[in-house]
Design a protein around this ligand. Structure first.
Ligand SMILES: [Zn+2]
Length: 84
């Protein structure tokens, strides 16, 4: 019988996980107005597009490869560089 056990961390897309961390570090609710993004270059209504991409990248980082693959393409189409 083949050994099908594997470490779940082997399946993490680190580029997507780093991209999620990078986006979430700057795109979070403003401390003085939780309805706005704190990033001065964004300042859109919360949750902003970039924060949604951060959540999506975080989920996709541990998803099956087709989800990770399409998320990488959607990030690129939105002009968001995926971290190496
Ligand atoms: Zn933002």
């Amino acid at each position: 019988m083949p050994d099908t056990a594997h470490n779940p961390t082997d399946d993490v897309d680190l580029g997507l996980a780093r991209t999620a961390d990078r986006l979430a570090a700057t795109h979070h609710p403003h401390p003085d107005d939780a309805r706005r993004c704190a990033d001065p270059s964004c300042h859109l209504a919360w949750p902003c597009v970039s924060s949604r991409f951060a959540e999506r990248a975080r989920d996709a980082a541990t998803a099956a490869w087709p989800t990770a693959w399409t998320t990488r393409h959607d990030l690129a189409a939105a002009g968001i560089a995926v971290s190496p």
